[in-house]
Ligand binder design. Structure first.
Ligand code: AMP
Length: 428
């Protein structure tokens, strides 16, 4: 390889062993796989089935589906052109999943569609801890119903995933955004409220006051947060049906004992949300505290070209922040990469035998390793330890000649000789 190439800033390699780079820990590929499997297990218990979509989509789909005025579309997309088409690396998966749902007429397969996904997403953000340019999301969507139970079910599913993985400290915030008529009214009221204070606002918020005043609610600036305490809230403007829907969602969560905090200023960055909005935060991951966010997005289907709305609700969560939060709480993962058997071989013929025997044992379902560099007995034992082998088979040319090997149990330290022909049974 050409000298000096490195991965692009804001991306990272996932290696067989965990490592630390620029102050951030990247978990091992085994830990990633463990977490992915646990997530898949919970998804299955909840009746969600996996969908995989391409990592690039027409830019137009993302722009419409996520919203032109969002930071994601206006500033953070990785786009490229080929021929007449402009493509974007997906910054999230809800719009792609909706595209697939509409394209493949999944609504005609009977009942609602409960879909989950996981995979990489791309946003050209300023990289920092918990914020990357290629990051990984998992998420779930229920498409084809506006029943409040489906909103609550996505929340219950999300909370179950974090519970199973061992996360204990978090805060769930909940709000309702009303329908498509509530927000314009609220937007107007908010503009009216903030206008007299325009000179007190930051430049960004002043711009937002013109373009999308709801985004001022996301502000982290102290003075603006003070102003917010007197601002009108969305709940004052939502329609009766949305209000009832919100009450039902809350009742469902109460029913399950899921603790949440109502946050009248929770709006989320994406434009297609209606009614329910929620966010899960960890107190332990610093500035990037949002672990997951979700809500109802009944208008997305029309935004991406469908004639009628498709009621739908779901959430998206980040793997990297999940790992940060778990690490902060001291949660560790079982090492799924350890081998069952390590063959220590000394001498040319024994090494050749180890090679063949490893392959034969693997064919019988055991995970087996051996030394590929012909090192000393001590070095091979160290390697067996490093790989977490439960059993070690030790064989030299002399043992080979008389058809025996030594079998050692690494946990107990017990060892004894076994006939080569009986090794497979002895390892069972
Ligand atoms: P969003 O689609 O912005 O609501 O993001 C959903 C979740 O994805 C967030 O709560 C984060 O956990 C994760 N996420 C979003 N952007 C990034 C990023 N740049 N780096 C790491 N995780 C991210």
């Amino acid at each position: 390889m050409t000298k000096g190439f490195r991965n692009i800033t804001g991306t990272f390699d996932i290696l067989p062993d965990r490592y630390t780079s620029d102050g951030s820990t990247v978990e091992s590929s085994g830990a990633w796989r463990y977490v992915e499997r646990r997530i898949c297990d919970v998804m299955a218990r909840y009746g969600f089935r996996e969908i995989r979509t391409p990592i690039f989509e027409p830019t137009e789909l993302i722009a419409r589906g996520v919203g032109q005025l969002t930071d994601i579309v206006s500033k953070e997309m990785f786009t490229f052109e080929r021929g007449d088409t402009n493509y974007a690396l997906r910054p999230e998966l809800t719009a792609p999943v909706m595209r697939a749902y509409l394209q493949h007429h999944l609504d005609q397969r009977g009942g609602v569609q409960k879909l989950f996904y996981m995979g990489p997403c791309f946003r050209a953000e300023r990289p920092q801890k918990g914020r990357y340019r290629q990051f990984h999301q998992f998420g779930a969507e229920i498409m084809g119903t506006d029943d409040a139970r489906s909103d609550a079910e996505t929340i219950a599913l999300m909370m179950e995933i974090y519970r199973v993985l061992g996360l204990k400290q978090f805060k769930l915030r909940l709000n309702s955004l009303g329908d498509e008529h509530s927000r314009p009214k609220y937007r107007e009221a908010l503009t009216k409220y903030f206008e007299p204070y325009a000179n007190d606002l930051s430049q960004t918020s002043r711009q937002r006051l013109q373009s999308n005043p709801l985004r001022i609610l996301d502000t982290k600036i102290e003075r603006e947060r003070e102003l917010l305490s007197g601002a009108p809230t969305l709940l004052e403007f939502i329609d009766d049906d949305s209000r009832k829907h919100y009450e039902s969602v809350k009742a469902c969560l109460d029913d399950l004992g899921i603790v949440f905090e109502e946050d009248p200023f929770l709006v989320r960055g994406l434009d297609y949300y209606t009614r329910t909005a929620y966010e899960l935060e960890s107190p332990n991951v610093g500035a990037q505290s949002a672990l997951a966010g979700g809500g109802r997005y009944d208008l997305l289907a029309m935004e991406v070209g469908n004639d009628t709305p498709v009621p739908a609700v779901g959430f998206a969560a980040g793997f990297e922040r999940l790992f940060l939060a778990l690490a902060a709480e001291g949660v560790t993962f079982p090492d799924s990469d350890s081998v069952e058997v390590f063959i220590v071989a000394l001498g040319d013929r024994a090494q050749q035998w180890a090679f063949g025997e490893a392959v034969r044992l693997r064919a019988h379902g055991l995970s087996v390793a051996y030394d590929l560099r012909g090192r000393s007995m001590k070095a091979q034992m160290r390697e067996a330890n490093r790989q977490g082998a439960a059993k070690v088979v030790i064989v030299g040319d002399d043992e080979l000649d008389v058809g025996i090997a030594i079998l050692r149990d690494m946990d107990t330290g017990d060892q004894g000789s076994v006939e080569l022909s009986a090794i497979r049974d002895a390892l069972k």
